[in-house]
Design a protein around this ligand. Structure first.
Ligand code: FPP
Length: 270
């Protein structure tokens, strides 16, 4: 919890992001700058993750999604891949009681088939044990890639025999790994990189992107306050023009929703 000397987050709850997605980058550079092996950077990254989880709980952000291991990360040296698997298992082993006690629900997005059996069991155990928690949903993207996710969603839709004319955006959403969750409002990428790297490509369509030079192991409560304050200062337009820029002229969407962009349930985007 914050003590009284800590910086306050000066953004009312309604203006904070409900869902933050993070690309945790810069562990290797953090380690290199200290003459340490890359895995020491990843280990320091787990401490940053802990700080960010605590801060999300403090700031009443109900969804946090982290990119812990991409389908492309298998191309890294075998010892680094093993190290990342080991770290996730260790985090679950050491922190599950505390996370569960704090009301954190753990979800996994991605595919467990190529992951060692003991890690699969640890992940599934954490997901099942915390399924009833509601304070913060922590989705761990592990062996995840957005294009593969979309391909799998399409295959499942076809396998279920859903007719082409019945498929809309809601159908796709319901078949993604993130089904049932709101889309991310903000994507944070650390270490100065400006790519999305095959992360939640469908879901971040209207997310605000927050790149920061901070390396992930240095990220924490202060950095998250900076990110949320930046987010709250932006005007999210979802493709529309600024409100009341030229009076009360009704939008094309309100005149004829079918002619203006795609209709998704009761939302209309452009
Ligand atoms: C990118 O940094 C980071 C990763 C590929 C893994 C992220 C994993 C953690 C933060 C550890 C905690 C997560 C788990 C397993 C629960 P990089 O290695 O690409 O850094 P660089 O660009 O500086 O080389």
């Amino acid at each position: 919890m914050a003590d009284s000397s800590e910086r306050k987050l000066d953004v009312e709850v309604a203006r904070r992001p409900r869902h933050i997605a993070v690309i945790m980058d810069g562990n290797g550079r953090w380690a290199k700058a200290r003459g340490l092996p890359r895995l020491a950077g990843h280990r320091a990254g787990t401490q940053a993750l802990r700080r960010v989880i605590e801060a999300c709980i403090e700031f009443e952000v109900p969804y946090l999604t982290i990119y812990a291991f991409s389908t492309e990360n298998w191309k890294r040296p075998a010892h680094e891949v093993r190290g990342l698997m080991f770290l996730l298992e260790e985090v679950i082993e050491r922190q599950l009681d505390e996370l569960d006690g704090a009301g954190v629900r753990i979800r996994h997005i991605g595919w467990l088939d190529q992951v060692p059996r003991h890690l699969q069991q640890a992940i599934q155990g954490a997901v099942e044990r915390t399924a009833g928690n509601r304070r913060l949903t922590l989705s761990v993207a592990f062996n995840y890639g957005a294009r593969a996710e979309i391909v799998r969603a399409v295959r499942r839709i076809v396998a279920e025999g859903i007719p082409a004319e019945a498929i809309d955006e809601a159908t796709i959403e319901a078949h993604l790994e993130t089904a049932g969750m709101p889309d991310p409002d903000m994507v944070i990428r650390t270490s100065g990189e400006l790519r999305l790297s095959n992360y939640l490509l469908w879901q971040v369509a209207y997310a605000e992107i927050y790149p920061t030079e901070v390396l992930w192991p240095d990220f924490g409560r202060e950095s998250l306050i900076d990110a949320i304050e930046s987010y709250a200062g932006r005007e999210r337009r979802f493709g529309a023009r600024p409100a009341l820029e030229d009076g009360n002229e009704p939008s094309a969407a309100s005149a004829d929703p079918q002619s203006a962009g795609t209709t998704l349930g009761d939302r209309s985007y452009r």
